[in-house]
Design a protein around this ligand. Structure first.
Ligand SMILES: NC(=O)c1ccc[n+]([C@@H]2O[C@H](COP(=O)([O-])OP(=O)(O)OC[C@H]3O[C@@H](n4cnc5c(N)ncnc54)[C@H](OP(=O)(O)O)[C@@H]3O)[C@@H](O)[C@H]2O)c1
Length: 305
């Protein structure tokens, strides 16, 4: 449900939104949508790792006819977890926290690259960063705030080999971190496949993101629902971006980034928070059951985001 923009507001009149990996792709479309749905007094931080790309993207979004809220570019390399903590402190000190946080960044992998050789960067950008964002920006979320982690439909536990389920099912954040580091070590020692980890990094990475959100949500659920606050992971569906394009031969079903951003932003601006979506992996407004999915066979990985 779309509602008046004030529904995400807290006691302060102006609101702060932050999107990571936002200089292109879905992240940029999320910033564009936030800028058009929020108020002129509100501030959207478009963050990314490269100064020039961030600056250019922020300027271009600001010039869009539908942009209402202020958009500011900020360099935030999400692999720098200290920088995430500093930004959370700054938002707390200057604005009393953040109203919308969307953890979206991903490291681009190409089909011809060795997944194992890119594992450290991929895990750092998607997982270590998600843990840092949940730890630092979770507590900075203002009442009625929204913290969303962009995962994918591969984020449900059933996509992993059953031997690995116990690592993530019902895990707290420390246990999810331990599982992610075990996976990383197994890749380095070449034991990953023997232990049941798929070669395709995206599956364990997305399951771990959803598990991390579930862990934090379990701790905060009662308080958040009482204050109209939402923490969840989201599946945007198939989106035509530079990251996904090399993996698909048929793009007829793909959404544009702005189409995909719309469904995510409908969740951001939905009021009141639907308790059935709290802490869950949400796809087009519906929670995907945590235990759903089957481990993908190698050839399927090319076909489904
Ligand atoms: N596209 C799909 O079909 C699809 C499907 C399901 C889920 N998703 C998820 O949607 C999200 C966005 O994906 P996308 O397709 O929009 O990818 P994208 O167009 O490649 O955008 C990825 C963004 O992440 C940024 N990034 C990479 N490393 C970073 C770092 N260390 N610090 C900060 N930012 C960093 C990139 O910055 P640079 O420009 O500097 O590289 C870029 O802005 C991801 O979480 C992805 O897994 C996508």
């Amino acid at each position: 449900m779309n509602v008046a923009l004030s529904s995400v507001a807290c006691m302060n009149t102006s609101r702060i939104a932050l999107v990571t990996g936002a200089n292109q792709g879905l992240g940029r479309a999320l910033v564009e949508g936030l800028a058009s749905r929020m108020n002129p007094d509100d501030l959207v931080l478009l963050t990314g790792r490269n100064h020039q790309r961030v600056k250019d993207a922020a300027r271009e979004v600001t010039q869009l006819p539908g942009a209402r809220a202020r958009v500011e570019g900020r360099v935030l390399d999400v692999t720098d977890t200290d920088a995430i903590a500093r930004l959370a402190d700054e938002l707390g000190g200057r604005y009393g926290g953040a109203d919308v946080v969307i953890s979206n960044a991903v490291a681009r992998l190409l089909p011809e690259e060795s997944q194992a050789e890119r594992a450290d960067e991929f895990i750092d950008v998607s997982n270590t960063a998600t843990h840092a964002i949940l730890r630092s920006l979770g507590p900075a979320l203002r009442p009625r705030g929204r913290l969303l982690v962009v995962a994918s439909r591969f984020g449900t536990l059933g996509h992993l080999d059953p031997r690995l389920h116990h690592l993530f099912d019902g895990a707290n954040l420390e246990q999810v971190e331990y599982a992610v580091e075990s996976w990383r070590r197994a890749i380095h020692t070449r034991n990953a496949e023997e232990a049941g980890w798929p070669r395709w990094l995206n599956v364990p990475s997305k399951v771990a993101q959803v598990a991390a959100v579930r862990a934090i949500a379990a701790e905060r659920r009662e308080h958040d629902l009482a204050t109209g606050t939402l923490i969840a992971s989201v599946c945007p569906g198939m989106v035509d971006t530079a990251t996904s394009r090399p993996w698909f031969s048929d793009y007829s079903q793909a959404q544009s980034p702005s189409q995909a951003a719309d469904a995510v932003l409908d969740l951001v601006f939905a009021d009141p928070v639907d308790p059935a979506l709290y802490g869950e992996l949400v796809r087009f407004g519906k929670a995907l059951p945590w235990l759903d999915g089957t481990p993908p066979v190698e050839q399927d990985r090319m076909l489904t985001p």
